[in-house]
Design a protein around this ligand. Sequence first.
Ligand SMILES: *Cc1c(COP(=O)(O)O)cnc(C)c1O
Length: 343
Amino acid sequence: MIDLRSDTVSLPTPAMKQAMVDAPLGDDVYGDDPTVNRLEAMIAERLGKQAAMLASSGTQANLCALLAHCGRGDEYLAGDMAHIYRWEAGGGAVFGSIQPQPLPMLADGLVDPAAIGPAVKPDDPHYARSRLLCLENTKDGMVQSIDRMNEALAVGRAHGLATHLDGARMWNAIVALGVRPDAFCAGFDTVSMCLSKGLGAPMGSLLVGPADLIAEARRWRKMAGGGLRQAGMIAAAGMYALDHHVERLADDHANAQQLAEGLAQLDRVEILAQNTNMVFVNIADAPADLDDRLEQAGVRTGWTHTNGVANTRLVTHLGVSETDIATVVAAVAQTCGIKPAIR
Ligand SMILES: *Cc1c(COP(=O)(O)O)cnc(C)c1O
């Protein structure tokens, strides 16, 4: 099955599983798991930060970051389509009484720098205390350069805000930009990233930042039920992913580009965007049971249908090969009854 629904469906490779089996283990709640400790030290060093914390998920890493930065009655500023604001069940509000201040985002996913200053609240009892600016990169696969992120970060810092990057897919951005990971993260106090998406680990995320904030985040992680015991098995997968699966993200980007180019050859297919490992696509007059038809052709997708137009996001990852791309294009053509245009 070629599963293009998300890079979260990527499975651990045999070599990654072996690394998990071989990992020395201990009780990480006692700080005793040598593999977790190694992973945390390794990522902190690679990103030029003091400390790191392994979390169960990206949502948990972002939640712990919000809770470490902000207290009750504080607020964080984030894009109105940012994952941390929109797709994490309002955890900052539920666990921390932290108010979100959603802000408009520009076409590349950057929080509009011009919107930040006016949204920061004056020191006045009427207002929540503005504490933290959150950016996201990549956003829907879109990459913001370091300079571009700095446009927003500079405004945030000028207003005394701390800064957090939701870097769930930041390795895709780092590879696409060809920059050093420490340079990419330099403008942020804290950074979160997923090990379980394009990097192919079965679970786990990391939060990286200053030692005092990470210590605070650990308290919240424990409270949120994220104090894991022999977590070295997860850390070993994450370490393997960081050592072996970062550079190959360029293959995913190339495959996504090929997929976009292949689908663009088909009548009735419109490529809305291709960013890093994501392709956004519309098909006019698509069959309502397109999911099932493609499934029977060995391609797993999830389409939404509006007025006869099927729309989806197709995501490449380490479970999708270059030869799979031709299979997918042929399957779309066949299930939708489209003859490939000869051009
Ligand atoms: C997936 C994702 C998260 C959350 O990660 P989970 O591991 O699914 O909780 C956070 N931010 C962004 C941008 C993501 O894509």
